[in-house]
Write a protein that binds this ligand. Structure first.
Ligand code: ATP
Ligand code: MG
Length: 429
């Protein structure tokens, strides 16, 4: 074909691109774009979201020369569509024909409840896009558009935190769904932990996540990580929380029982608080238990936003070692499932020690840990969910009662010593 011989379309660079968004059963809206070749998938979805605010659009289609519909769900597929479109424009120009707009057909996602694992895709493009926002032609109802974008700005920026005020420093760790950074918040002078998750979802879903996260402002417990705000920038959500200078429990090796006991008390209190707000944690594990040098223990990464949990789950499907058996087999998730994960989280040091003491015999290390501790874990990990302790039974368990003395100094000293050891092992900076 002619366009192949000409290479990447130099003549198209400055050309205005008209995208005709076909609205099901009611005509079309023309959108004029001045930076066509740089246009991203996300930009198109944003505009479709403004044209069709009621629908949740996750993809769109265009027609090839045979009239077959081709789906676009990513920047790569966008590029392919634009290449194809520009080739048809060249042919129309060569033949002296009128240039047809690029017709696209928005595709609504499946209704909630139906999982659509393939409908979402992680976009690994780093950093903000370099081009300006797409210009929208007069064909769009401009009043409603202005109103909705102002409203969106308010909702998405949340008025508390924004990217411009944040200076990212070290990377604290990578998880399944994102990366956590230590960051400096310029206006407040605070050090934060900012979790950044790449999510290619519609504006509607972004709005839903932001409103679901609002409950975090109301969470007020010294056993739950402090929440400072969240915002979306393009396809990334940034969740700003309190920074815990001791990090998460997974990086600590052997935790003595008198320290672990106090940690368990804080974790049980944190979970009981969440359950009282009708929030299930859904991801109880050592990496979501944070400690600091003042001896505080706080839970993070709990499933407060169903939509966020679903969006991450659609992108990163999987199970982890801390999940209750009923969850792995797809049965109903409840408080009991959090209790299982609690038990298995604290069983780790037991097992670790067991391996060190005697590799061959898979028995609990008698004498190493107290009977109440072993009993606590065994109860939490009963196969039948209903047989596991209920919240008030957890609080009343002898292991928890024994260490429920508010002695933060024990945890504080242990965290400080462990950090000191780590520093001396790493040597001078
Ligand atoms: P997953 O994504 O499966 O939940 P994860 O919990 O290890 O795994 P992240 O939640 O992304 O992954 O966290 C990565 C690491 O960042 C954690 O292991 C923890 O060490 C660190 N981290 C997270 N939040 C904070 C915080 N508020 N303060 C200090 N460190 C943190
Ligand atoms: Mg985590």
């Amino acid at each position: 074909m002619l366009w192949l011989a000409l290479g990447p379309f130099p003549a198209m660079e400055n050309q205005v691109l008209v995208i005709r968004i076909k609205i099901p059963n009611s005509g079309a809206v023309d959108w004029t774009v001045h930076s066509g070749p740089q246009l991203l998938f996300r930009d198109v979805l944003d505009v479709i979201g403004q044209v069709l605010p009621e629908a949740t659009t996750t993809a769109f289609e265009y027609e090839d020369e045979d009239g077959d519909r081709i789906t676009v769900r990513s920047d790569e597929e966008m590029k392919a569509m634009l290449s194809y479109y520009y080739s048809t424009v060249m042919e129309q120009q060569v033949n002296g024909q009128l240039i047809e707009p690029l017709q696209i057909f928005p595709r609504a996602c499946k209704p909630p409840g139906e999982r659509n694992i393939h409908g979402l895709k992680v976009n690994t493009r780093a950093g903000p896009s370099q081009h300006s926002s797409p210009a929208v032609s007069d064909a769009l109802p401009s009043n409603s558009l202005k109103k909705s974008s102002a409203e969106l700005k308010k909702i998405l920026a949340n008025g508390q935190m924004n990217e411009q005020d944040i200076r990212y420093r070290d990377t604290l760790g990578h998880g399944n769904g994102g990366t956590v950074y230590k960051a400096y918040h310029v206006p407040s002078g605070k050090i934060l932990a900012v979790k950044v998750i790449l999510l290619d979802i519609t504006l509607e879903l972004q709005k839903q996540i932001m409103s679901e996260l609002e409950i975090l402002y109301k969470c007020d417990s010294s056993y739950i990580i402090g929440f400072y705000g969240a915002f979306f920038v393009e396809n990334r959500i940034s969740i700003c929380t309190e920074f815990m200078d001791g990090g998460s429990l997974d990086v600590y090796r052997k935790i003595p029982e008198h320290v672990l006991g106090r940690i368990a008390v804080a974790v049980v209190k944190g979970l009981t608080y969440l359950w009282s707000l009708k929030i299930l944690h859904r991801d109880v594990k050592p990496s979501n238990m944070l400690v600091n040098t003042t001896g505080q223990v706080k839970l993070c990464d709990f499933g407060v936003s169903t939509q966020l949990v679903n969006s991450i789950a659609k992108t990163y499907v999987g199970t982890n070692a801390y999940m209750a058996p009923e969850r792995i087999s797809g049965e109903q998730y409840g408080i009991h499932s959090d209790v299982w994960s609690l038990g298995i989280s604290f069983m780790e040091p037991l097992q670790l020690l067991q391996c060190i003491v005697d590799e061959d015999s898979p028995v609990l290390p008698v004498g190493e840990f107290s009977e109440p501790f072993v009993h606590f874990i065994t109860q939490c990990m009963r196969k039948q969910p209903k047989e596991r302790p209920a919240p008030e039974e957890l609080m009343g368990h002898p292991f928890i009662v024994q260490f429920n003395d508010g002695n933060a100094a024990v945890v504080s000293m242990w965290v400080c010593r462990a950090l000191e050891e780590r520093r001396s092992q790493q040597g001078p900076p």
